[in-house]
Design a protein around this ligand. Structure first.
Ligand SMILES: [Zn+2]
Length: 393
């Protein structure tokens, strides 16, 4: 943080100088133009072609030339000054940041270089597809000779096509998709299809009284959702009363709010991603953001390890040498720490639920077995260790 501040200070200096330079530059040029303009007027009125300049005019002219020269020189030296400030920013970055961060982990921890490169390329590719930058993704595919089959990119292409239509306020493709995935969306408790129909209905309402019949007949689409969205449907039906008067002047004017469109894009992205098993946020962005938080801590650890000459501590591929708190938004699933061993459970040491309902890790369970029997450490119920069931969070 401290390092950032010192670089930011230098950047601020450059920006400040740049601003003053711009203002100064504009001012000087304006003055010059004014001067030159005056001179030109003078010349036009007095000078006759072929006659030498009068003494006062020639004096004014030479003054003008000097002024131009001075101004240009001043601007050039200011420009040079900015250059040196910019290079100071570069030096501040070099001074405050480690240029070599690969060394934070020993090579033995990673996969082979080719494998790393391939993983990174795939992550970038997925990110590009997810962000809708399809042509850039295609180009990367060709240049990197990555073999991406259609099954991988198909969901992204489809989502993008539908989202693009939604941005254009075209509900057709999204409705078609939602209807064809109705059953699975319902299993996810998604209200996407209802929200799409609602928006379509509102759109008809916005058309005024002449759309009343059409809106009424469209309302039959709400029928399957009547039990879950009763209240919202009542609101929409109520709004019909005000159609003659104009919805925008009625208590229902909130229906016409443009925020519904942003909301539908969000709902669609979230529900479609969860249905297709994709993450809403790009894994690359999430990893990058997490890396930015974790890297300074890891750099410190590395320095400490080197100092104490215990570089062999970090040897596991799937585990950092210390726990790094990434904040709530990086919590994706519940974790369970064994109350006996005070260790987070893992695939090799999963949480086990005893028949009394208490949960401990398998390693703890194995340690507690005595003569083929297990006594729960919390409610001393005696039980058969084989009766414990693995819990999956
Ligand atoms: Zn118990």
């Amino acid at each position: 943080m401290e390092q950032c501040a010192s670089v930011e200070r230098e950047v601020d200096k450059v920006l400040q100088k740049f601003l003053t330079y711009g203002q100064h530059c504009e001012q000087s040029l304006e003055e010059l133009l004014h001067y030159v303009g005056q001179l030109r007027a003078e010349l036009a009125s007095t000078a006759v072609q072929g006659t030498p300049l009068s003494a006062p005019l020639s004096l004014v002219m030479s003054q003008c030339c000097r002024k131009i020269k001075d101004t240009v020189q001043k601007l050039a030296s200011d420009h040079k000054d900015i250059h040196s400030s910019v290079s100071r920013v570069g030096k501040a970055i070099d001074r405050n940041f480690d240029s070599e961060i690969c060394g934070v982990v020993s090579d033995a921890v990673w996969d082979s270089r080719e494998k790393q490169q391939q993983t990174l390329q795939m992550a970038i590719l997925e990110h590009l597809y997810q962000q809708g930058m399809l042509s850039v993704a295609e180009e990367l595919c060709q240049e990197s000779t990555l073999n991406v089959d259609l099954d991988f990119k198909q969901p992204f292409l489809e989502l993008n096509r539908i989202l693009e239509a939604l941005h254009e306020q075209d509900l057709g493709p999204a409705l078609e998709w939602a209807v064809s995935h109705r059953q699975r969306l319902l299993e996810l408790n998604s209200s996407l299809e209802f929200k799409l129909h609602r928006l379509q209905f509102i759109r008809l309402l916005a058309g005024g009284p002449e759309k009343q019949l059409e809106a009424l007949s469209y309302a039959r689409h709400f029928q399957p959702f009547a039990h879950v969205h009763q209240r919202e449907i009542q609101v929409m039906m109520g709004s019909l009363v005000y159609l003659q008067l104009g919805l925008e002047k009625s208590p229902y004017c909130h229906l016409l709010d443009n925020s519904h469109w942003a909301e539908i894009c969000e709902t669609f992205t979230r529900d479609a991603c969860s249905l297709l098993g994709l993450s809403v946020e790009s894994p690359l962005s999430v990893s990058f953001a997490s890396g930015c938080v974790a890297l300074p801590v890891l750099m410190n650890i590395k320095a400490v390890m080197e100092q104490r000459q215990c570089s062999g501590v970090w040897s596991h591929k799937d585990e950092l040498p210390i726990e790094i708190e990434l904040g709530m938004k990086c919590w994706y699933h519940s974790v369970f720490a064994c109350p006996i061993l005070r260790q987070q459970t893992s695939d090799s040491n999963p949480p086990i639920k005893l028949i009394c309902g208490h949960v401990i890790s398998r390693d703890a369970l194995n340690k507690l077995i005595n003569g083929g029997k297990l006594k729960c450490p919390y409610c001393p119920m005696e039980q058969n260790p084989a009766d414990g069931k693995r819990i999956i969070f």
